[in-house]
Design a protein around this ligand. Structure first.
Ligand SMILES: [Zn+2]
Length: 66
């Protein structure tokens, strides 16, 4: 069965006999990690990775200039 990458619309072939909800697959085209949230039909969502642009919480640089 083919699903479509929500990030880049690339069709991704998934063997629906061999996957379960909650598994993740990776898009060959854009490299996004996609979680299988439903299998009938297959539905994919991009997994949020707090990797690079969510670093505000870690920032100690809290200088307000007034
Ligand atoms: Zn993709």
């Amino acid at each position: 069965m083919a699903a479509v990458c929500p990030e880049c619309d690339n069709p991704i072939l998934i063997d629906d006999e061999d996957v379960e909800e909650g598994e993740t697959v990776q898009c060959d085209e854009c490299g996004a990690d996609l979680e299988i949230v439903a299998v009938d039909p297959i539905e994919l969502v991009a997994v949020d990775e707090p990797a690079y642009d969510e670093e505000d919480d870690l920032t100690l640089d809290d200088e307000d200039e007034e």
